[in-house]
Design a protein. Structure first.
Length: 580
């Protein structure tokens, strides 16, 4: 006769309760069909009362298909010993496992070992995951070490318990019990409102959004929104850019606008220029609401050292995450950490080919720094009478900074201070499929602009094309300056695949000088956050100079004077040519 909660099937992809519930298989020497849960409980309780001890070999397999070629396989096995003496249960389990994770074609392996010992009063657990060791001592709950009667009582408290048709396991008849949770733990007071939005801002801070980016769904902000913030930096170009994005959508092309709305925010906090761009140019619906910060209870949580999937079930240790992950994956372990919950006190950096399948909680800053970085939440069974799975948060942190190329977060991200996507090229794409709750939100520009000029030295003609770049500045011999090709400026490179760009031609007259520059020139800031600006650049270009080289040197010297003691934060490039 064997008694054990021998198999806990929880894998979303290949095991049984992927879309419905938790199943526990209880092995006995004589299962019977069409029994009620009360009859099964009685049979198991009576059988257990006759058992003084047993030993067994346990083996668990898990295969998670995460989609898009990503996969996690976990295998663990080891001996188990169980003894009932003087009304107490003594228990020992040794497990050795291997987790194999495949992300973006790259395979990584992680070894794990666990020793669990129960002396009847306390449970002692030692874990070693790829050299990361942890130890825990906890008060014993008799339902987790073999108290059948207490186990069924605990199940009924929070779960809908149903008997399914019998099965055979290793040639033996067995009972199959299905558990579906009746309710969740108490939720934060503000959660009912937060869950209605793709992005929810918790405090009154300005939100600055650069392009290209895209938010799909309703957004709730508490203060001023500035989008697009830095680019295009010339007002007419910015207005045309936003207007063209909306015209493309109306013509049946893909919607590349940064928001499709609605955006809920206080109108009284909005800047008139950006509000016009958002509503009249981009055509994004908006809703006027009063600012409403979250309650004082919305603070970074204090995490427990252990958790349980269901009342009375086994107690698992929350694993400690290292300070950095490089070509390493953290994933659920059926024996020691089935929900894949990892905790980091301090900061953590996710470098190349790093992934977390489960939930990552960090008291400091999480930095997504490398390529092919991913965080994926794990689903739990639906509540009784429902079909929607319950998902834990993929990420909970004080701050999050995204620097990665090809990074992604799948699930809820809760950030108690700032969520920032740092500037970079258009190849540094970041995707988040889920919901974001954060106090501060900043998305810096991730694109490449270009201006190219082809000179016809015989005809003194310039043919130019611009992909979202500032128009060239032409200086006449009398000191007048003008922009050229403004009407032919297209979108930055990579924003729209296969986009055609218009060219613009103009004749270069004797004595005229053409100046090209990057935004590191006009956006150079001093210690007071004042930009150098395009008007000031034009003033310097208009000044008389003995040569083109002297003019360029004068501009750069003036930029350096403006910056002063503030460190340079962006590249600067200035190109000038002219006709004698």
């Amino acid at each position: 006769m064997r008694f054990a909660a021998a198999r806990l099937e929880y894998s979303e992809a290949s095991c049984r309760w992927s879309a419905t519930c938790l199943m526990v298989v209880l092995l006995f020497a004589g299962g019977a069909s069409a029994m009620t849960i009360e009859e099964v409980e009685k049979a198991i309780t009576q059988a257990q009362s006759k058992v003084q001890s047993y030993s067994a070999q346990t083996e668990t397999r898990q295969d998670l298909d995460l989609g898009e070629g990503n996969r996690t396989k976990v295998e663990s096995k080891g001996p188990m010993e169980w003894l009932q003496r003087d009304g107490k249960v003594l228990y020992r389990l040794v497990l050795k496992g291997m987790t194999v994770t495949t992300v973006a074609g790259t395979e990584s392996k992680m070894k794990s070992e666990a020793l669990m010992v129960c002396d009847g009063d306390f449970m002692y657990i030692l874990n070693d995951i790829d050299g990361q060791k942890s130890a825990m001592k906890a008060k014993v709950d008799p339902t987790q070490v073999g108290d059948a009667k207490g186990m069924f009582a605990a199940w009924r408290k929070d779960w809908e318990v149903v008997v399914l048709p019998d099965e055979k396991h290793d040639g033996q008849d067995c009972y199959v019990v299905q558990l579906a949770p009746r309710k969740l733990a108490a939720q934060p007071a503000d959660w009912s409102g937060m869950r209605n939005y793709t992005v929810y801002q918790t405090r009154r801070d300005d939100v600055d959004i650069d392009i290209p980016c895209r938010f799909t769904g309703a957004v709730r902000l508490q203060k001023r929104l500035r989008v697009p913030y830095h680019y295009p930096n010339e007002s007419n170009a910015r207005a045309r850019y936003c207007n063209d994005l909306n015209l493309m959508r109306q013509a049946g092309l893909p919607d590349y606008r940064p928001f499709n709305g609605p955006i809920h925010f206080p109108y009284t906090d909005q800047d008139g220029t950006y509000f016009t761009l958002l509503t009249a140019r981009l055509g994004v619906p908006t809703v006027n609401i009063a600012a409403e910060e979250v309650g004082s209870s919305w603070t970074f949580p204090t995490f427990a050292a252990t958790y349980r999937i269901y009342p009375g079930g086994p107690e698992y240790t929350m694993q400690t995450a290292p300070s950095s992950l490089d070509s390493l994956s953290l994933a659920p372990d059926p024996a020691t950490n089935p929900l894949g919950i990892y905790y980091r006190s301090g900061n953590i950096v996710l470098n190349g080919n790093a992934s977390v399948q489960g939930s990552l909680a960090c008291t400091g800053e999480v930095t997504l720094a490398g390529s092919s970085v991913s965080l994926d939440a794990v689903s739990l069974p639906p509540l009784a009478g429902t079909t929607t799975p319950i998902r834990l948060a993929a990420l909970c942190a004080q701050n999050v900074t995204v620097q990665s190329s090809g990074g992604q977060i799948n699930g809820l991200a809760v950030v108690f201070d700032k969520f920032q996507v740092s500037s970079g090229s258009e190849n540094n794409a970041f995707t988040m499929a889920g919901k974001l709750v954060a106090r501060k939100l900043e998305l810096q520009e991730r694109m490449v602009t270009l201006v190219m000029c082809v000179l016809d030295l015989q005809r003194h003609e310039v043919t130019m094309v611009s992909a979202g770049h500032m128009p060239p500045i032409v200086r006449s011999p009398n000191g007048e300056v003008r922009d050229v090709g403004d009407e032919a400026v297209g979108l930055p490179l990579g924003v729209v695949e296969g986009m055609d760009y218009d060219q613009h031609q103009f004749t270069l007259e004797p004595g005229e000088i053409v100046t090209l520059y990057t935004d590191g020139i006009n956006e150079a800031m001093n210690v007071d956050d004042d930009e150098y600006s395009i008007p000031r650049l034009k003033v310097m270009i208009a000044r008389p100079a003995p040569s083109i080289e002297a003019m360029g040197e004068a501009v750069l010297a003036d930029v350096r004077r403006h910056i002063g003691a503030r460190p340079q934060y962006d590249d600067m490039c200035l190109v000038a040519f002219g006709r004698l």
